[in-house]
Design a protein around this ligand. Structure first.
Ligand code: AKG
Length: 272
């Protein structure tokens, strides 16, 4: 059933679970993008960790208006539900000709929650061209837990993406995604605004589930990525099945028997 809330579909949710990110290209209108550059360059207000989103920013200021763009609001609600809290937010600038890139990392520390995740919204108010230091990210890395910059020595992985995008693009990422700002070889500052949300409700069937049984869901969840090892790729699928079970509340869902097989523990029965 179509929704007026711009909720994500099950296929889109499954894509997020497999890849660890969702791109919304050019969804923010030009007038807001123009306002963004001025707002982000003068600085944004500090928000204490865990502040309810509804209390974090004065109404009708830039950030609430960004977050109520329908495609952004619908995607966010589909992933973290209504009324999340703000973990933290920051403006990330790649300076003109700054000469270096950021180490590959995952934010915060190892996070082993199997059934919950935070979402980080990355917003790019201007076009990001190939030499402008777009955020590099590694599709399908988010469920392979790492401790912050412990992966910093990794220089390049097959299938990594260095973001190029039109103005007004929002990328929503799972908190575990491996990423890093790249070197900006242009004469222009590259802006990105990032805000991390903590869910306050169980992340169960928060999206438009009318296509839940579409075979494309399983196809998305089974996606492989060029940097995966042949055997470890199976663990990635296993971990996605666990997350999909948590998100759908369906503990029978499986792909190729991966989770069913390794969780099979027949109960002891008496043979009277
Ligand atoms: O500047 C960027 O593109 C990424 C920065 C970032 O996400 C970080 O420092 O954690």
């Amino acid at each position: 059933m179509p929704t007026t809330k711009h909720l994500l579909t099950s296929v889109e949710l499954a894509r997020f679970v497999a890849r660890g990110f969702l791109r919304l290209d050019g969804v923010v209108p030009p007038e807001l993008n123009e306002e963004a550059i001025a707002t982000l360059s003068t600085g944004i207000p500090a928000v204490p960790y865990g502040t309810p989103l509804a209390e974090a920013f004065p109404q009708n200021t830039f950030i609430p208006r960004l977050l109520t763009v329908p495609a952004v609001a619908g995607a966010l609600e589909s992933l973290v539900g209504p009324d999340p809290t703000v973990d933290h937010h920051a403006v990330h600038v790649r300076e003109p000709h700054e000469g270096s890139a950021q180490d590959l990392h995952a934010d915060a520390i190892i996070d082993v929650r199997p059934d919950a995740f935070d979402v980080q919204l990355m917003y790019y108010p201007h076009e990001v061209t190939p030499d402008m230091g777009g955020t590099l990210s590694v599709p399908g890395s988010h469920l392979r837990h790492v401790n912050e910059t412990d992966i910093g020595r990794v220089q390049n992985l097959r299938g990594q993406t260095r973001l190029t995008c039109p103005a007004g693009t929002v990328v929503l990422v799972h908190h575990g995604i491996w990423h890093g700002g790249r070197r900006n070889d242009t004469a222009r500052r590259r802006y990105m605004y990032k805000i991390r949300f903590n869910p306050t409700v169980p992340q169960v069937r928060l999206w438009d589930t009318s296509d839940l049984h579409d075979p494309a869901v399983t196809a998305e969840l089974g996606a492989s990525f060029p940097w995966y090892e042949q055997a470890t790729a199976r663990l990635e699928i296993h971990n996605r099945v666990l997350l999909w079970r948590a998100l759908t509340g369906d503990d029978t869902f499986d792909i190729d028997h991966w989770v069913t097989r390794v969780s099979n523990r027949p109960a002891l029965r008496s043979h009277a």
